[in-house]
Design a protein around this ligand. Structure first.
Ligand code: SF4
Length: 430
């Protein structure tokens, strides 16, 4: 079960006032949605002024992406990317299930900024697809919007995989260049934008913009999970510390933090005072990624979690790049040996070498994520690694790798979702 946590007295513009309910068109309109008083040029300027960045993982400046697609050769295409491959993240599927009009509003505005003549919503979640189709039936978007459903996979939401799937191919990453902003769907310049990013673009178009960007006043949807307590979906202002987030989730004395889904690596307890701030996190060798953060309780072993996470990544490798197939397998086998107390000093040296040498060598970031997990484990927990090399750890023995099963977080089901009917139609409040 995943709880939705609202911070008392704090604004949560993307969660909205009723995050446990599906937002109808009437509700969305009553909250100022789809208004036309802010034009494309003004909205682009607002996105730049607040430094709106992508919330899917890379954190790239949204205004730069919009401009690159607008100024490309050919008629642009825009894509709302709701494929959420990170096992510890639920915010994108919740957003499409609960607030599809907010995402569609942002998608249509992105189309106007770039001059796109068609748009796509790309997803794998059946409930999200129903929500988006129902929203499209409620209101004519004014341009063709196609819904494309793919099979869920860790790499299916990578932007070149998105384009490949929409073009009728497999949802697998491609080598770059070209990047999709110059050669995307059908060869057209293509904006592939995370659904939360598009929601924030729509909120910036309100008469009093409520989304903010990546700095002061901005916020992010976060999926917080841990061994202790239920998982939590929340929206917090940038600046909140990891320690405060751990308390919100219910893990009061974490032994480690798994940051940014699987992309930010493992952080030791002395990183808990880091603020949610893209620059400070980057300086600390980590990142916000998709906003999924897992707190390890004192009785959970970081070695076991690293082995499990890399086991998951090795299973999810699309096996297109030889270095990824061999690299993830070698990382996985060595981390499992470490968890079992079978890793010699040479194994630890190899882990360190792979952590340095493998990033950037695959066609997508999966191999980088696996290497960062190993590298941050060695850097943040050297005494634990050394102790575990000498004798097996009972916690690791009790929690063998299971393709990341423990990392998965269930998606909240908003009321009126047809997969869980409610007794009455919820009122529009707020
Ligand atoms: S790096 Fe790995 S997951 Fe990414 S495209 Fe290559 S084989 Fe596939």
């Amino acid at each position: 079960m995943t709880l939705i946590h609202m911070a008392p007295g704090r604004s949560a513009p993307v969660l909205g006032p009723t995050p446990n309910q599906v937002e109808s068109l009437a509700c969305y309109l009553s909250r100022g949605g789809y208004r036309s008083d802010v034009g494309p040029a003004e909205l682009l300027a607002r996105a730049e002024a607040v430094d709106l960045r992508g919330h899917g993982g890379a954190g790239f400046p949204t205004a730069v992406k919009l401009r690159a697609v607008r100024d490309g050769v050919g008629t642009p295409v825009v894509v709302a990317n709701g494929e959420e491959g990170e096992p510890g993240s639920v915010k994108d599927r919740w957003l499409l299930r609960a607030r599809p009009h907010l995402v569609l509003d942002g998608l249509i505005r992105a189309a106007r900024i770039t001059g796109a003549d068609r748009a796509y919503v790309y997803l794998s979640d059946a409930a999200a697809e129903r929500g988006v189709r129902a929203a499209l039936a409620e209101r004519d978007p004014g341009l063709p919007v196609y819904v494309v459903r793919t099979e869920p996979a860790y790499v299916a939401g990578e932007e070149s995989a998105v384009v490949r799937c929409i073009d009728g191919g497999p949802a697998l990453p491609k080598a770059k260049p070209p990047r999709v902003f110059e050669h995307g769907v059908g060869g057209a310049p293509t904006l592939v934008s995370n659904v939360e990013t598009l929601a924030r673009l729509a909120l910036l178009a309100l008469p009093v913009p409520s989304a903010g960007g990546s700095g002061a006043g901005g916020s992010a949807l976060l999926t917080l999970s841990g061994t202790a307590g239920a998982a939590v979906l929340t929206e917090r202002q940038f600046g909140v510390t990891l320690r405060q987030l751990a308390v919100i989730q219910g893990t009061f004395d974490p032994s480690a933090v798994l940051m940014g889904g699987l992309f930010g690596g493992l952080l030791p307890p002395d990183a808990l005072d880091l603020p949610l701030d893209r620059t400070r996190l980057a300086e600390g060798g980590t990142g916000l990624g998709c906003g999924a953060i897992r707190f390890l309780a004192p009785d959970e072993c970081p070695v076991s979690v690293a082995a499990d996470a890399v086991d998951y990544l090795s299973v999810e490798s699309s096996r297109q790049c030889g270095v990824c197939v061999s690299g993830t397998r070698a990382l996985r086998d060595t981390l499992v040996a470490l968890a079992d107390g079978r890793c010699d000093a040479d194994g630890v040296v190899k882990l360190a070498r792979w952590a340095q040498g493998l990033p950037g060598r695959g066609a997508c970031g999966l191999l980088d994520a696996a290497a960062r997990l190993a590298g941050t484990l060695l850097a943040g927990f050297p005494h634990l690694v050394e102790a575990q090399r000498r004798s097996p750890c009972p916690v690791c023995a009790a929690t063998p790798p299971d393709a990341g099963r423990r990392l998965r977080v269930p998606v909240p089901v908003p009321a009126t979702d047809t997969s869980r009917p409610s007794r009455s139609t919820p009122a529009c409040v707020g």
